[in-house]
Design a binder for this molecule. Structure first.
Ligand SMILES: NC(=O)c1ccc[n+]([C@@H]2O[C@H](COP(=O)([O-])OP(=O)(O)OC[C@H]3O[C@@H](n4cnc5c(N)ncnc54)[C@H](OP(=O)(O)O)[C@@H]3O)[C@@H](O)[C@H]2O)c1
Length: 259
């Protein structure tokens, strides 16, 4: 019979980018309920970040907020140093899960009207940032860890004005497959979560605050409403649980059955 010990298994640690609001916030809070500590990033909404730290604590886990501009690749070395400090506060030198979720508002732009400046701005936050942040963080991820890259349902179908944004998310999806293959020897699983239209502050809160858009989304959704942050965050936390350890190199849509 195995000897019983009082040893406490250390909590897993997740890094979630864009954890101060919306889908990222729900992910941090859901992970906390699963007993996972989180280091999450915010960009400009420091006050929201403080509230998320408190909510994670209430749910029984630690959360630490760090500032990050996901589109400023030159700042990533400094970010890694603050991340190492944050990890040491949690008694760790490495982490288990990386959720690349941060994303900013951008306008829907017809292909013909897209400027190079707008293209580059979406590229930096939604693809280049994901690529190079993951590269920088790779040495700090435990073998056997997991990566979730947040994409969008809009890579599956064409929707007006989505050419730039959806192309960047499409690039993230291709990258994820390559990462899954390359990181297999380290037993790191890499998956894409592709949410449908979700009621957050994203794109000026259009899905939540514009009644016409909200209605159109609800009508095109089999379950009859737009998504809520918890529809996505809870799914991501569950994907990162031990129950889903064999899911790898997949793109999973979380839309309530959209178009
Ligand atoms: N909402 C939707 O309908 C929908 C659908 C499909 C996919 N998605 C994707 O889901 C992800 C999260 O979106 P959301 O709806 O939760 O948006 P949100 O409510 O607007 O939250 C965005 C989060 O990203 C952070 N962020 C914004 N710009 C950043 C930057 N330049 N650098 C670092 N962090 C930055 C924000 O930080 P601050 O709070 O400090 O600003 C915030 O935490 C995005 O990747 C988005 O593309 C959203």
């Amino acid at each position: 019979m195995p000897m019983e010990t009082n040893a406490v298994t250390p909590k897993k640690i997740a890094i979630v980018t864009g954890g101060s609001r919306g889908i990222g916030r729900s992910t941090v809070e859901s992970l906390a309920r699963h007993g996972v500590n989180t280091i999450f990033t915010y960009h400009t909404h420091g006050t929201d970040a403080v509230a998320v730290v408190a909510a994670a604590k209430d749910a029984g886990a630690e959360a630490i907020a760090l500032q990050l501009d996901a589109g400023n690749i030159a700042s990533f070395d400094l970010f890694v140093e603050s991340l190492k400090d944050a990890l040491s506060k949690l008694g760790a030198t490495r982490f288990d899960f990386l959720v690349n979720n941060a994303g900013n508002n951008h306008r829907n732009m017809p292909f013909e009207a897209a400027t190079e400046e707008e293209f580059d701005s979406v590229l930096k936050v939604h693809f280049k940032g994901v690529f190079f942040l993951t590269q920088k963080l790779l040495p700090l991820i435990n073998d056997g860890g997991r990566i979730v890259n947040v994409s969008t349902a809009r890579t599956r179908f064409a929707s007006p004005g989505g050419a730039v944004y959806a192309s960047m998310k499409g690039a993230v999806e291709v990258l994820s497959k390559h990462l899954a293959k390359e990181l297999g020897p380290r037993k790191i699983a890499v998956n894409v979560v592709a949410p449908g239209a979700t009621e957050t502050d994203f794109s000026g809160g259009i899905v939540r605050d514009n009644p016409g858009v909200n209605k159109r989304v609800a009508e095109a959704t089999a379950l009859g409403r737009a998504g809520l942050p918890d529809d996505i965050g809870r799914m991501i936390a569950s994907l990162l649980s031990e129950d889903n350890r064999w899911i790898n190199a997949e793109r999973i849509e979380v839309t309530g059955g959209y178009v």
